[in-house]
Design a protein around this ligand. Structure first.
Ligand code: F6R
Length: 605
């Protein structure tokens, strides 16, 4: 996904911009560029491809101390030099970087062409920079207000004006942007890690806000153009925590961080063996809830499915789990008695944010489960539960998933308690089980050699199946997604009982089948489903409790997990699946942390 960085100060801008862009590489991109003010002119250097290509092209080309940079993930127009950012206005006065999508850009482009403007790129972003030229009245703020009054869609924009080497401007709507404050120098970024090396003092801009940034000052304005005062936040993460810490890949580091991430997510929320999420949810409101809608994308959606299943089972509240990209187009049945839970690691996923707004508009209260403090979903929700996973850099989500499940599980307990469904003794028991998760995860992590061997065995397969019953079929969805995402092997998750209704035709001796079995009641069922695929020649891998002897006897290869209550089994069952995907990707020589075609944070629809 696109990344923005900007600088004004005494340092050579190109150095700060390129190092900032490097920190944003994890977001995924296909081209990059910088624009630097020098001698009343703007030098723009940009190129398709990775940062190494840009760094090579930039060389020692610029010496200016004010500039903006961008990594682009193509949305309008293919990845190429011309479509890369920054973009210059036709008269070369303004230079702009943009994250987001301008929905009415075609009409605006037509209008501008009608006025004699020529365009060099296919992007929606070039329209914005030409609007700056069109509306230029000599006052940066008033020009910006005119531009933002014209454009529809989402944007985080950084603009420099070659005639103004003392300041530059940023504005945002539905796309994140922060301003970093230094001494005699200031920064902008779409993501905090881009500038953390230089400053820990950050303003997080809200929708519609504009900031005018000079070397010694940051002036912030609301969308009406009135000067406002904002709280300067001190960011406590160290840059180190966003680096690999000795692991070969961020993904492996993040898989191994899960025991700690679970501990941190539980910390401060367990009191006297009970759960206290400090949500200040009114008891009468909790009792009035007659439906729960869970809205999220990808892995976060699967975390929702794991616990959605349990909420229905234990609390007897109907739960609708939707893909956020579908939710708002389905005319969902939501009202003030529906509690909507949105789940998003980044807190910036465009579809999830739109789902949140859809539900809110229909009167529902919103609980956000997110990993990013002050992210958009956190700011727009009524209640927030922060997962404490720390920054997740690898594109494939791992520790975010398990911390989302534990956060949801705590929410389930809190709702159950307030609705007088779960008694203290039951909760005490569940709390103890939750507290045992980190240690049990650790045991699986220590047994990863076995999984490495299995990765070698499956690496040349062109297709795999993950099968399970009940909530195990949700773990299958996550296992298949991880494998597809980073190993590029086609994988399909299937409720095991459904195979015989058509899909069994695809099972042959070169299609490995991974079966998850953690449910006692359904154990005989999954075992007979495994027998069905074995008969068709499939080699079978099982994931289940270490003492599940019947299951162990049925499969060709087995990955044991420590015994835990069935409700929490998905937290353990997913670890071998993450490791299997990871090691398969490694043996195939893939770019594990940055799989092809994917981005970490999907801030466009
Ligand atoms: C898969 C993965 C994605 C994300 C999805 C939602 O490994 O990472 O499926 O889970 O894009 O992202 P967030 O949680 O940031 O809303």
């Amino acid at each position: 996904m696109c990344g923005i960085v900007g600088y004004i100060g005494d340092k050579k801008a190109q150095d700060v911009l390129l190092s900032g862009l490097k920190r944003l590489e994890y977001r995924g991109y296909d081209s990059a560029g910088i624009g630097v003010i020098e001698d009343n002119d703007i030098k723009v250097i940009k190129s398709k491809g990775n940062l190494a290509v840009l760094i090579n092209k930039v060389g020692d080309e610029t010496i200016g101390t004010q500039g903006i940079g961008h990594t682009r993930w193509a949305t309008h127009g293919k990845p190429c030099d011309e479509n890369s950012h920054p973009h210059l206005s036709e008269n070369g006065k303004f230079c702009l970087v943009h994250n987001g999508i301008i929905e009415n850009y075609l009409e605006l482009k037509k209008e501008l062409i009608g006025k004699g403007y020529n365009f060099k790129s296919d992007t929606d972003s070039e329209v914005i920079v030409n609007l700056f030229q069109l509306f230029d009245d000599g006052d940066f703020i008033s020009t910006t207000k005119k531009v933002t009054g014209k454009i529809e869609g989402s944007y985080a924009i950084g603009v420099i004006d070659k005639e103004n080497s003392d300041e530059f401007l940023v504005v945002r709507k539905d796309s994140p942007l922060v301003v970093g404050v230094g001494r005699g120098e200031n920064f902008i970024a779409s993501d905090i890690p881009a500038i953390l090396e230089y400053t820990k003092n950050i303003y997080i801009l809200d929708d519609g806000e504009i900031a005018l940034i000079s070397r010694d000052d940051v002036k912030i304005f609301d969308k009406a153009g009135n000067r406002i005062t904002k709280k300067l936040r001190e960011i406590t993460w160290s840059l180190e925590s966003a680096e690999k810490q000795g692991y070969e890949h961020f993904m492996l580091k993040e898989i191994n961080e899960q025991p700690e991430a679970i501990r941190k997510t539980l910390a401060g929320r367990i009191k006297n063996d009970l759960v206290d999420l400090n949500l200040n949810m009114d008891d009468a409101y909790v009792k009035s809830i007659n439906k729960i809608a869970i809205v999220a994308c990808g892995t976060a959606n699967y975390a929702g499915r794991v616990v959605g299943h349990l909420i229905e089972d234990k609390l007897r509240i109907p739960v609708l789990v939707s893909y956020a990209s579908e939710f708002r187009y389905n005319n969902p049945i939501i009202d003030e008695k529906t509690l909507t839970i949105v789940i998003s690691q980044s807190g910036e996923t465009a579809d999830t944010l739109a789902g949140l707004r859809e539900s809110k508009g229909r009167g529902s209260k919103i609980v956000a489960i997110t990993n990013v403090v002050e992210s958009s979903v956190a700011r727009e929700a009524d209640y927030v539960i922060y997962t404490q996973a720390g920054p997740e850099i690898a594109v494939a989500s791992t520790k975010a998933y398990t911390t989302q499940i534990i956060a949801l599980f705590m929410l389930l307990i809190e709702l159950g308690f307030k609705r007088d469904i779960l008694d203290v003794a039951t909760i005490n028991e569940w709390v103890k089980e939750m507290q045992s998760v980190p240690e049990k995860m650790q045991l699986i992590l220590e047994n990863s050699q076995l999984i490495k061997n299995y990765a070698e065995q499956i690496k040349d397969s062109s297709s795999l199946f993950f099968i399970g019953r009940g909530v195990d079929s949700v773990s299958c969805l996550e296992g298949a997604l991880k494998l597809k995402e980073i190993s590029y092997i086609h994988a399909e998750a299937y409720p095991a009982g459904e195979l015989k209704h058509g899909t069994l035709a695809l099972i042959t001796d070169d299609v490995p089948v991974i079966a998850i079995g953690t449910n006692k009641v359904l154990m005989d069922k999954i075992i007979s489903n495994i027998a069905e695929v074995k008969t068709r020649g499939a080699s079978t891998y099982g994931v289940g409790f270490e003492d599940e002897n019947k299951l162990i006897a049925e499969v060709d290869y087995y990955i044991p997990i420590p015994r835990i209550s069935e409700a929490l089994a998905p937290l353990l069952a997913v670890i071998p699946l993450q490791l299997l995907a990871y090691y398969t990707s490694v043996v195939k020589g893939n770019d594990v942390d940055k799989p092809r075609n994917l981005a970490k944070s999907v801030t466009v629809e």
